[in-house]
Design a protein around this ligand. Structure first.
Ligand code: NG1
Length: 387
């Protein structure tokens, strides 16, 4: 018997670099992703290949300890999923043999890596006739993916597993919760690659982890300086700080105690947390322009305070807005990857034409490939079907 797992990528609409700080995010699962076609084998072995020459075939035993392959090796995502299941006490007595394909661009901030992690876990569970509750699996795979070296939050694995057609997902953490939020009729999401890979196994990984560390340091310093009990804020977590409401007062306070770079990281995180709440409301109200404005503010904060944008991402955002998008921002971790622009039925073609003519044509000497620029549909989550 053969099986097919499909696991979608995701586009984060707003709430960037907030997940690992315990603040909500608002992504969509998209109609592109990773597919693993496999059959079950009686030995506890994983054997996968890919039609792409960039991804060499590999095999490993489903026995602890599962060692990492070289940095950047794609098998590490499958190893991460296997290791996460085994460490959770899941008995994997049978293995899989199969082929991985995908139509989500890799290293683009669209979460191809988590789609592969989730797809691998679902294949291994199916092979062993096991299931886990979705939230538990999402949390487990978020932890598991850290094996690859990124101190990531849990957005991507949760979005991949919980996607709902026509909906964005408000994902909150500690504990993980997912609430679908209906995307209003006629809102269209244009995804555009900056043509710069955001390779999380290389330099971007160190820059990402550095920011995670800076956020922890900033929170500790604010907490130490004010003393949790003497403040109007619940200073023990970013969530407590943001929910207290008085962001201006908090930022004045933080500016006094933090070094400039830590203050900028801190300001991004708390203002982005606030923007996610406002954006969810704007989406529920069907207010395209308010949502778009929040995306622009998010981008400016990621560019100036969090320092994860690039000239190419800034240019995509500017061009999309000039062509009539309600808002645009980088999506995912940044350092390259993609931008997402919010359009409506009346502007989507114009925005795509403008990006093709003004961004891609000069760089590629022709139109972008279909995986470089596309309109992404909010789609359903990962699943396994018999073939
Ligand atoms: P991408 O851009 O897909 O690598 C990363 C993290 C997310 C989140 C975003 C920034 C992983 C697997 N992904 O996503 O958790 O922190 O950056 O918002 O760690």
């Amino acid at each position: 018997m053969s099986w097919r797992v499909t696991a979608p990528g995701r586009v984060n609409l707003i709430g960037e670099h907030t997940d690992y700080n315990g603040l909500p995010v608002l992504p969509i699962a998209i109609d592109r992703g990773i597919r693993v076609d496999f059959r079950v084998v009686d030995d506890p072995v994983v054997r996968l290949d890919s039609p792409s020459s960039h991804f060499a075939p590999f095999a490993f035993q489903l026995k602890r300890p599962i060692e990492a392959a070289a940095r950047g090796d794609w098998s590490n995502y499958v190893r991460a999923a296997s290791r996460g299941l085994l460490e959770h006490g899941v008995r994997l007595e049978r293995g899989i043999k199969g082929t991985v394909t995908g139509d989500v661009p890799i290293a683009s901030g669209l979460s191809s890596s988590s789609a592969l992690v989730v797809a691998s876990a679902l294949a291994l569970l199916k092979a062993n006739e096991l299931t886990l509750p979705l939230l538990r699996l999402a949390a487990l795979m978020a932890r598991a993916e850290r094996f690859v070296g990124l101190e990531g939050g849990g957005m991507d694995q949760a979005a991949c597993l919980h996607g709902v057609a026509g909906h964005a997902l408000r994902i909150a953490f500690d504990p993980l919760r997912v609430k679908p939020v209906r995307v209003p009729e006629g809102w269209r999401w244009v995804v555009a690659s900056s043509l710069v890979r955001a390779e999380k196994s290389a330099r971007a990984r160190d820059a990402y982890n550095e920011r995670a560390r800076q956020c922890r340091e900033a929170l500790e310093e604010v907490r130490d300086a004010v003393g949790v009990e003497r403040t109007p804020y619940q200073a023990s977590s970013y969530r407590g700080l943001v929910s207290a409401g008085d962001l201006d007062g908090l930022l004045r306070h933080a500016r006094r105690v933090l070094a400039p770079v830590l203050f900028r990281r801190f300001r991004h995180v708390v203002t982005e947390g606030r923007r996610v709440a406002l954006a969810e409301q704007a989406m529920s109200d069907g207010d395209l322009h308010r949502f778009g404005d929040l995306m622009v503010q998010s981008h400016e904060s990621l560019r100036d305070d969090y320092e994860v944008s690039t000239p190419e991402l800034d240019e995509l955002v500017t061009l999309a807005r000039e062509a009539g998008a309600a808002g645009a921002r980088l999506t995912g971790a940044g350092f390259g990857g993609c931008a997402v622009a919010l359009c409506d039925d009346g502007t989507v073609a114009r925005v795509m034409e403008a990006l093709a003519a003004r961004f891609y044509e000069p760089r590629l000497g022709g139109p972008p490939r279909g995986d470089m620029m596309f309109a992404a549909k909010p789609s359903g989550g990962a699943g396994v079907q018999e073939m």
